[in-house]
Ligand binder design. Structure first.
Ligand SMILES: [Fe+2]
Length: 206
């Protein structure tokens, strides 16, 4: 994927997973990926294509659709499906097989400047992921030149709040329920320790 382009204009297509469906196991099973990517992510894209067909949004990129529909009550369905299409593509790239571990040095220094230690950054990400009530997303973002942790509810995105997303963790139950049932903390900590893709964060720092 190019640096900041998640996806082109419609018809929107489901981008290929950046790894095999069993490549994140045992942290995230192929069964979870099958539903999460194959049903949920695909569903958002299929719905979006139906919703924008023949409208002023038909030829716009996902990012444009998101920014033009954010906060507009009569465009909620389009926003939700566009934002979820974007969020999921960003989420798959926020993970990688044999991820976790130490970030590249330049990112590690930024993390230490903002959070003190890598461990403190991971703890804040995990605590934020846990404190999101119901469905949503936990993010590592760049906000005014500083790294921060943020959360968004349902389909909401940091893009519309002036923050630049670097990494995300999906905390909708569909992301972990088959593997962890209600144990969201176990899922989040396993993702941070074993799958998080620090290289993707560096790419997004740009
Ligand atoms: Fe999801």
């Amino acid at each position: 994927m190019s640096k900041d382009k998640i996806e082109s204009a419609s018809p929107h297509v489901l981008p290929p997973l950046p790894y095999a469906d069993n490549a994140l196991a045992p942290v995230i099973s192929a069964k979870t990926i099958g539903f999460h990517y194959g049903k949920h992510h695909k569903g958002y894209i299929d719905n979006l294509n139906k919703l924008v067909a023949g409208t002023e949004f038909a030829d716009l990129s996902l990012e444009k659709i998101i920014t033009k529909t954010a906060g507009k009550a009569d465009k909620t369905a389009i926003f939700n499906n566009a934002a979820q299409a974007w969020n999921h593509t960003f989420y798959w790239r926020s993970l990688k097989p044999k991820g976790g571990g130490e970030p590249p040095i330049a990112l590690k220094q930024k993390i230490e400047a903002s959070f003190g230690t890598l461990d403190a950054c991971k703890k804040e990400l995990a605590a934020t992921a846990m404190s999101q009530f119901g469905s949503g997303w936990a993010w590592l973002v760049l906000d005014g030149g500083k790294l921060k942790v943020a959360k968004t509810g349902n389909a909401d995105v940091p893009l519309t709040k002036g923050m630049k997303p670097l990494l995300t963790i999906d905390v909708w139950e569909h992301a972990y329920y088959l593997d962890y049932q209600n144990r969201r903390a176990d899922y989040v900590n396993a993702v941070l320790d074993k799958l998080i893709n620090w290289d993707f964060a560096v790419e997004n720092l740009g």
